[in-house]
Design a binder for this molecule. Structure first.
Ligand SMILES: *[C@@H]1O[C@H](CO)[C@@H](O)[C@H](O)[C@H]1NC(C)=O
Length: 227
């Protein structure tokens, strides 16, 4: 009896660990695998550069990338996201981690979006933010006002957002993400600005509004503040 319940426990544990293995970036099979961005080989992630050709700079990202405020005045939504992920930091390949700096102008918004492959841990560097995430259906909102030094976590693949509450000064945050390549789906852009556009018959039904409102939304320029 005891051994069969142990077996059950083992099976449950195995099921749990194999689920995690597919739900998050895979574990590395070597100390590091600096991405060789020029390789024509296609794998899940990027192939490794020859380890003998790897240098300290492969594990380094200059302060100019993430260590200073970005211009938020050109963005329609008043924010600017700077990513440090495997695309511009090949040393992160296979390591399951990346960073983003978010700058907000006065009342600037990092609009509702999803990272399909990462949980995000946000630390406020400067200012006061209203932020939150919405769960899977039936869509509970967990929101909060946070200030400098506070930390908030957005669980993987949940729709989330932040807004600078100050009318007169900028804010900034630094986020760690649990994937080398978290991906971004900006909700408004994906729904109204896809290429080509989704049929307005579909969106008029989905949003329960007249088609001309959808047509107007679809004719706008959907700029992205985050790639
Ligand atoms: C973000 O800031 C950089 C540098 O400050 C600027 O070149 C870029 O245009 C800005 N992006 C947006 C979307 O405003």
């Amino acid at each position: 009896m005891a051994s069969s319940s142990n077996l059950f426990l083992l099976a449950a544990l195995l099921a749990l660990t194999s689920w995690q293995a597919i739900a998050y970036d895979p574990s590395p099979l070597q100390d590091f695998c600096v991405a060789d961005m020029k390789s024509p080989v296609r794998v899940n992630g990027f192939p490794c550069k020859d380890p003998m050709a790897v240098t300290p700079d492969d594990f380094f990202n200059d302060a100019r990338i993430i260590g200073q405020p970005r211009d938020t005045t050109k963005s329609k939504v008043g924010s600017n996201v700077t990513n440090v992920n495997v695309i511009n930091f090949p040393g992160l390949n296979t390591l399951g981690i990346s960073l983003a700096r978010i700058d907000y102008g006065p009342l600037g918004v990092n609009t509702p979006h999803i990272h399909p492959r990462a949980t995000e841990l946000l630390t406020v560097l400067e200012g006061t933010l209203y932020l939150g995430f919405v769960t899977s259906n039936p869509n509970r909102l967990f929101s909060k006002v946070v200030k400098k030094g506070d930390v908030f976590v957005f669980p993987k693949a949940m729709i989330h957002f932040q807004m600078n509450l100050a009318h007169d000064k900028p804010a900034a945050a630094l986020s760690s993400l649990s994937s080398q390549n978290p991906g971004v789906i900006t909700i408004a852009n994906a729904v109204f600005g896809s290429d080509p556009r989704i049929s307005d018959d579909v969106l008029a039904r989905a949003f329960q509004v007249e088609k001309k409102l959808i047509d107007w939304l679809q004719s706008q320029f959907w700029e992205n503040n985050n790639y």
